[in-house]
Write a protein of this length. Structure first.
Length: 70
């Protein structure tokens, strides 16, 4: 689902640049409203494909965590 919203958001941005924001708002009011309601953080996480994690939880995969050697 995140990939679909990301693609729709990208298309919305392209159309807004080419045709103007008012026309996009008339053509796709639900999508524009959904984009406005979601926070920037949620949109950024969806664009990266990263699941939301609570505070204090490392976001690095365990395979990339450095292990000190000897």
């Amino acid at each position: 689902m995140a990939g679909r919203w990301s693609a729709l958001g990208k298309q919305l941005g392209i159309v807004a640049k080419e045709q103007g924001a008012q026309l996009v708002n008339q053509q796709a009011p639900k999508l524009v409203g959904k984009v406005r309601q979601s926070s920037m953080w949620d949109r950024a996480l969806r664009a990266m494909g990263t699941p939301r994690q609570g505070p204090g939880v490392s976001v690095r995969p365990t395979s990339s965590a450095g292990v000190p050697s000897g």
